[in-house]
Design a protein around this ligand. Sequence first.
Ligand SMILES: Cc1ncc(COP(=O)(O)O)c(C=O)c1O
Ligand SMILES: Nc1c(O)cccc1C(=O)C[C@H](N)C(=O)O
Length: 413
Amino acid sequence: MTTRKLTDPSYADALDHATDLGATHERFLLPPGRIYLDGNSLGALPAGVPERVARAIRHEWGDGLIGSWLDAGWAGLADGVAAKLAPLLGVDPADIQLGDSTSVTLFKTLYAACRRRPDRRTILVDPTTFPTDGYVARGVADALGLELRWSEPGDPAAALDEHVAVLLVNHVDFRTGALLDLRETARAAHAAGALLLADICHSAGSVPMTLLDDDVDLAVGCTYKYLNGGPGAPAFGWVTPRLHAGLTHPIPGWWGHAEPFAMSLEYQPAAGAARMASGTPPVIALTALDAALDAFAGVEPAALRARSLSLTDYFIALVDDQCGTSVEVVTPRDGHRRGSQVSLRHPAAYGVVQALIARGVVGDFRAPDIARFGFAALYLSHRDVLAAVEELAAVLRTDEFAHPRFAVLQAIT
Ligand SMILES: Cc1ncc(COP(=O)(O)O)c(C=O)c1O
Ligand SMILES: Nc1c(O)cccc1C(=O)C[C@H](N)C(=O)O
């Protein structure tokens, strides 16, 4: 019996076959000749989006004008999107609210959470968080006269005590790709009398979730990464039904009113999570997101996760095999503790990423020394992974990363 080598294309094909999702890559429009490993920053363009958005603009807006709020279903668009999103998160669509940016949704959600623990004075945040979460937490703390406390990096639950109102965590660490156990963290937060708010930007659409069963209290996430909603796509917030009654947030606008068109002077919050809305929903962006989520049709979250883990396992194995000790894998090797990205440490990581982009392999750089690669299982194959690591090994072997044109940090990725 012959054992196939890791670098044998037929080995990659066998892995593809074992984790087949049914040609879902055909649901995306990707530029030829490029291997896109940055879907953890901005997801690729789903094939159904351009036409759907063009129709919304030309016919629904152009011809239907104001009538499209009802005739084209604009008023209920966010509900339709929530219905497609809910199974990926393990929640009821009625408990999801969409429309603002992640940062704004986080401000409103964190504020609402803190108000549910009026006897507590502290917001606890892990310093490894994506920076906007820390800035927003500071803003909420200032607005409510609370204390912002940083935990030990990577160990937020250990810093819980009787003063903590809300523990704010990132489900997946944006630098390392490490995955937090939300069920365990919720248990620890509740044991200390605190609420758990999870930022699931880097897991939504790649890691199956059971937020309700895991007893998470609140969550926020963006839709432009693994959910492929497009640049600046509307974020979502989720609040467990247990907390709905009496939930208040800082921007109680008319779209969160029980009867917006009653035009009443009195604010009457809508039932449930709908009260978390503020202003008019971004219809064109929601239309793009609605069409984008069709790329998940018929895909079981568990099968998506199995393929994602296979892609990241294969990437790590190839890096070990082809790149030796020139890079350090900083992402957990245990799949249970990993999201859908792999991060490599290298002293010239910026140059490595730029040299790879020049060769058609798109990842990104995070200061000071991390080269980050995201694996969107819907549109990537194991052959893509093999080709990407071949290019990476060549970049490292030839010192291409040290070229002066890659010396100046100037890209937004
Ligand atoms: C964990 C996390 N939270 C929040 C954000 C961004 O928030 P916003 O959509 O407001 O730019 C990002 C990425 O940009 C992120 O990775
Ligand atoms: N939201 C982004 C943007 O508006 C421009 C460039 C990148 C982003 C990102 O999403 C970055 C991403 N959250 C990260 O993990 O670094």
